[in-house]
Design a protein. Sequence first.
Length: 150
Amino acid sequence: MAEKDKLKTTITTMWGTFCYRVMPFGLKNAGATYQRAMVTLFHDMMHKEVEVYVDDMIAKEYKLRLNPAKCTFGARSRKLLGFVVSERGIEVDPDKVREVRGFLGQLNYIVRFIANLTDKCQPLFRLLHKNAAMEWDHECQKAFDLSRPT
């Protein structure tokens, strides 16, 4: 990060004034800035030895080392994008079902204040039926939007 850009990341806290010495990836244009920097650095290697996309880089070279903390081998199942992938196929992540149950529990508390809330939330309750397809459709979104306090 250039010295002149450090001032743009300055934050003040009760413990002092701080600024980033490296590019923080929470900034709006950090991904695009990184992409441009990588293309500039590796322009002659792009699409041959190196692939770069936003915040990821793949080096197509032999003798690479893997980070064991980021690798899993021989796993029977794995969580991926809100689903559990295993030899049985793709299933709904049980943690996501718990989130829906928790939300419906909160609705149970306010049901006495909102007329016909149970009827309005039927698509959400449908998700909890045994062997029901866990599919968040337009009806579920509509029920969620209607039941949220504003």
